[in-house]
Write a protein of this length. Structure first.
Length: 384
C-alpha cells in the first residue's frame, strides 16, 4: 500500500511539473500564431521612419520575458528593435469568459484565473482581477528596470518628448505605454482608478467582452450604454488626463461617450464596417463622430477586424478611414498577442508599409499612419 502511494505521489508530481512547465507555453503557442513567418524585406527608407508605433498588444498576458527574443507569440523588445518599432501600447487583459465570441457573452466565467494558475503567477492573481491587472502593469515596469535603458515606460508628454529626442540619436531604444482592456478590473470601486493611474495606465477601454458596472460591451448580454457609475468614471478619468478607448464598446456606449464626454477618445484596435461588416467594427457614423472629436482609430491585423489575412486587408481599412476623416486620424492597432492568429508578428511591420504604398499613400502620409499620428495624439493628450 505504501509503495502504491509512493508511486502515485511520484506520478502526480511528474504530471504537475509537466503541466506547469509545458501548459502555459502550449496555450501561448496555440493562441498566438502567425500566417507568415518571414524574413521580411524592408524598403529603402523603412529604417528611417522616425516613429513606428502600435496602439494595442496583449503580450503581458503570456508570462514571457519580453527582454528576450521569443520563437513564438508576436511582440518582445528584441523584435521591436528589429522592426524599428519605437512605441508599443501594452494592454492589460484581466478577465475572459469561457467560449468568448463577438455576439454575446455573460460575465459568469473566467479563463484568466486558470491561466494565471497554470503560469504559477502569484496566488493573488488567481481570483483577483484587480491584482492580476496591477501585476501585469508592474511587470512592464520591471522589464524597463531590467532593460539597461533599452526600454522605458512612457506616462507623460514630457517623457514622450524626451524619448523622441533620445531615440533620434539611438534607434535601439524602445518604449511602451499601458492601457486597460475592460474597466471591470477596477472591481466596481472608483477609488481604484488612482491605483491604475499610479501604475502608469493612460488609456482605458471601458468594456471588454462582457457588460460591466461602468458600461455596455459590443459583445455583452444587454449591450447598454454608460451607467451612472460609468459617467462618474469618465469625469474622474478626464481630471487625470486618462484617455477613453472605445474598442469593444457597445454602439450605445460609443454614442454616450461621444455626446457626453469632452475628453480625448481613441479606438485602440478595430476594423471598419465599410470594408468588413460585423458588430466588432465601426460604422461610418461612428468613424465620422470620432473624426469630429479629433480622435484616433487603430486598425487591426486579424481577420475579424479587416476580413483578410494579409497586410493588404489592413491597408484597405486604413485607406477607408483616411479617406473619411483624414490621414492624421488613423494608426496601427494590431492586437498582437491577443489570442488570434495574426497576419505576422511585429517583425512583419515592413509589409504594412508596402501595402500602404500600394494603396497610394505618400511617404509622409505613411510616416503619419505608422506612428506619427500616435505620437501627435499622445503629445496632445497625455498628462504634462
Ligand atoms: Zn481586444
Amino acid at each position: 500500500m505504501k509503495k502504491i502511494l509512493k508511486i502515485a505521489g511520484i506520478v502526480l508530481a511528474i504530471v504537475a511539473i509537466l503541466f506547469f512547465t509545458l501548459a502555459p507555453g502550449i496555450i501561448d503557442r496555440s493562441k498566438n500564431k502567425v500566417s507568415i513567418k518571414g524574413p521580411f524585406t524592408k524598403n529603402s527608407w523603412y529604417d528611417s521612419i522616425p516613429f513606428i508605433a502600435d496602439l494595442h498588444c496583449d503580450a503581458l498576458l503570456w508570462d514571457r520575458n519580453l527582454l528576450k527574443e521569443s520563437d513564438h507569440g508576436h511582440v518582445d523588445i528584441p523584435r521591436m528593435q528589429q522592426a524599428n518599432m519605437a512605441l508599443q501600447v501594452f494592454t492589460v487583459v484581466s478577465k475572459v469568459p469561457a467560449g468568448i465570441n463577438i455576439e454575446q457573452n455573460d460575465a459568469s466565467s473566467d479563463q484568466i484565473g486558470l491561466l494565471s494558475f497554470a503560469q504559477l503567477r502569484s496566488p493573488s492573481w488567481w481570483f483577483g482581477v484587480k491584482e492580476r491587472a496591477l501585476g501585469q502593469c508592474q511587470n512592464l515596469h520591471d522589464f524597463a528596470a531590467a532593460s539597461k535603458g533599452v526600454f522605458r515606460v512612457i506616462t507623460t508628454q514630457t517623457q514622450l518628448q524626451q524619448y523622441y529626442q533620445d531615440r533620434a540619436a539611438n534607434r535601439q531604444l524602445t518604449a511602451g505605454m499601458l492601457g486597460l482592456e475592460g474597466a471591470h478590473c477596477l472591481e466596481n470601486d472608483l477609488n481604484n482608478l488612482d491605483l491604475f493611474y499610479k501604475a502608469g495606465v493612460r488609456y482605458i477601454g471601458l468594456t471588454h467582452f462582457f457588460d460591466n458596472e461602468w458600461a455596455g460591451s459590443a459583445h455583452g448580454m444587454q449591450k447598454g450604454g454608460l451607467t451612472a457609475k460609468g459617467r462618474q468614471l469618465l469625469r474622474k478619468m478626464d481630471s487625470l488626463h486618462m484617455i477613453v478607448d472605445l474598442a469593444h464598446a457597445s454602439p450605445q456606449t460609443i454614442s454616450d461617450v461621444l455626446t457626453e464626454h469632452n475628453g480625448p477618445v481613441l479606438v485602440s484596435h478595430t476594423g471598419v464596417r465599410g470594408v468588413c461588416d460585423n458588430q466588432r467594427n465601426l460604422s461610418d457614423a461612428q468613424i465620422d463622430a470620432i473624426g469630429r472629436r479629433n480622435g484616433l482609430i487603430g486598425i487591426g491585423l486579424w481577420e475579424t477586424a479587416v476580413c483578410g489575412k494579409d497586410a493588404t486587408a489592413t491597408a484597405k481599412s486604413i485607406r477607408y478611414v483616411a479617406d473619411r476623416i483624414g490621414v492624421d486620424k488613423v494608426a496601427l492597432g494590431s492586437d498582437w498577442d491577443g489570442a488570434f492568429e495574426m497576419h505576422f508578428a511585429v517583425t512583419g511591420t515592413p509589409l504594412i508599409v508596402t501595402a500602404l504604398l500600394q494603396q497610394g499613400f505618400s511617404r509622409p502620409e505613411i510616416e503619419q499612419i505608422m506612428g506619427g499620428n500616435i505620437r501627435a495624439f499622445m503629445l496632445r493628450n497625455l498628462p504634462k
